[in-house]
Design a binder for this molecule. Structure first.
Ligand code: NAD
Length: 493
């Protein structure tokens, strides 16, 4: 197919002009002291690595090195698992109400220190302060509060009387919601009486290390939470460790597959939260302005670094033009830039590697014949940035319709009937989430039953709540996190 032109139109209503926003920067100093280098948190102490290798974490908005941290060795992982094992007997024997006290305490400290944590997360990850402050941190605290509430009610959770914890949980998390993914993993594990060794992602270790301080501040018994930093090799050492009883992994599908192979034939329990390629489906009777907000939130929230991002817009043909016009107008008002500016909608891409991945996939989209559009917007000179982008003329076979881009890039497809919408929405190896926009309640229920997705939002998108289970079908993984279901992953049921 002939290559179509890459269009970039001037904004119909520019973000600047008469109603330009004055910068409203949050102070980086609010992040508190960032040490020059970090070791691990094992047995309640900050300790050096047994190895010599150090990794660096950079601020993706400035490319400045924030800190060095240890690349955990097998020996480090072994020490951390031993500490968690030692702590398990005491922790699991505590009455649930006692464990709850620690979780409530952690939740309250997270709230008290939320500004510090939000700023630190924005600096290390590149996500806008508006999101870390208003989404990540409130949800982190909410997860600890929620699972604190379960700790003394496990007998009534529907898993039989006195359900038992599994033991030591090895948890590996990605960089897109560093502290929130930590909360999703640690809160249910602790509430159910397990102890944990958690490995944060190599580009975003700082909030996990700050969380280690919070564990100390909360007086959590030593060894109940251990944090070992490092890269994929450290993660693999943790998931392979023979004294780990449960592995919880959030990350990419290829790594999830490798872990499933590694664990096959062992007695370890495994939950996998992997990638996605969600369809956000807009019917002709949908409230269009509201749907456009939902499309924007679905794909541009957190720079599109969201496993459940609504990265495929399926719009009913009769309203295609109306939706696309409104969407482009809305995209032209998105402010891209300094993550610490409270006005910023889209922050920095997390790493140079991720930027290269997004760039390569969008180039493939153009090469395969889809038409690319971005609003005019100035990107900062240093740092990793990508304009909000949409592709029209996308066919189901295009890579940008099949592969997870994990960036601020929307692929637009159309449909005529609800049955066609279902068929196209399900035509992906993934099955994590989906969105439906329509005024008809009966259509919402019918669609939700047909869609092979773990989460289906109706007339909203990217809404998270600790009480609600989250997880995938097919190559998006298995097991559920959140809600009562999230307890099961950490109990011997
Ligand atoms: P990734 O799989 O490369 O890395 C995730 C984590 O796994 C990191 O901590 C990494 O160090 C570690 N790791 C890498 N190789 C490993 C190995 N062989 N064994 C054990 N651990 C290993 O993914 P990423 O690029 O960091 O994250 C992006 C991906 O995560 C996306 O595909 C996204 O969809 C997915 N994700 C899913 C969810 C969900 O809940 N389903 C949430 C967030 C992100």
């Amino acid at each position: 197919m002939a290559k179509k032109k890459n269009t970039e139109e001037p904004a119909a209503k520019p973000a600047g002009g008469l109603f330009a926003y004055a910068p409203a920067p949050e102070s980086p100093a609010a992040a508190g002291d960032i040490a020059g280098s970090y070791g691990h948190f094992i047995g309640g102490e900050f300790v050096d690595s047994s190895g010599k290798e150090a990794l660096k974490t950079v601020n993706p908005a400035t490319e400045q090195v924030l800190a060095e941290f240890a690349r955990g060795t097998e020996e480090d992982v072994d020490r951390a698992v031993a500490a968690a094992r030692k702590a398990f007997a005491g922790w699991s024997a505590l009455p649930g109400s006692e464990r709850a006290k620690y979780l409530f305490r952690i939740a309250r400290i997270v709230q008290e220190r939320s500004r510090e944590l939000a700023v630190l997360e924005s600096i290390d990850n590149g996500k806008p302060i508006r999101e870390t402050r208003d989404v990540d941190l409130p949800l982190v605290a909410a997860h600890f509060f929620y699972y604190a509430g379960w700790a003394d009610k496990l007998d009534h959770a529907g898993f039989g009387p006195a359900p038992k914890p599994l033991g030591v949980a090895g948890q590996v998390i990605p960089w897109n919601f560093p502290l929130l993914m930590l909360a999703w993993k640690i809160a249910p594990a602790l509430a159910t009486g397990n102890t944990v060794v958690l490995k944060p992602a190599e580009t975003t270790p700082l909030t996990a290390l700050r969380f280690a301080e919070i564990c100390r501040q909360a007086g959590l018994p030593k060894g109940v939470v251990n944090i070992v930093t490092g890269d994929g090799r450290t993660g693999a050492a943790l998931t392979a460790h023979t004294d780990v009883n449960k592995v919880a992994f959030t990350g990419s599908t290829p790594v999830g597959r490798a872990i499933a192979r590694q664990l096959a034939g062992t007695r370890k329990k495994l939950s996998l939260e992997l990638g996605g390629k969600a369809a956000n489906i807009v019917f002709d009777d949908a409230p269009i302005d509201q749907a456009v907000e939902g499309i924007v939130n679905g794909i541009f929230f957190n720079q599109g670094h969201v496993c459940c991002a609504g990265s495929r817009l399926l719009v009913q043909e009769s309203v295609q033009d109306e939706v696309l016009d409104a969407l482009k107008r809305r995209m032209a008002t998105l402010r891209v830039g300094d993550p610490l500016d409270k006005n910023t909608d889209i922050g920095a891409i997390n790493s140079a590697e991720q930027l290269a991945r997004i760039t390569a996939l969008t180039e493939a989209g153009e090469a395969e014949g889809a038409e690319r559009w971005s609003p005019a917007c100035d990107l900062p000179g240093t740092g990793f940035w990508f304009k909000p982008t949409l592709f029209t003329g996308v066919s189901q076979a295009h890579r940008i319709a099949q592969e997870e881009i994990f960036g601020p890039v929307l692929s637009v497809l159309t449909f005529r009937t609800p049955a066609e919408a279902v068929e196209k929405a399900n035509n992906t190896p993934y099955g994590l989430s989906a969105g439906i926009w329509t005024e008809k309640g009966s259509r919402i229920l019918w669609m939700a039953n047909q869609l092979r997705a773990g989460v289906v939002w109706a007339n909203t998108f990217n809404k998270f709540d600790p009480t609600s289970p989250f997880g995938g079908y097919k190559e998006s993984g298995y097991g559920r996190e959140g809600g009562r279901h999230g307890l099961e992953a950490y109990l011997d049921v």
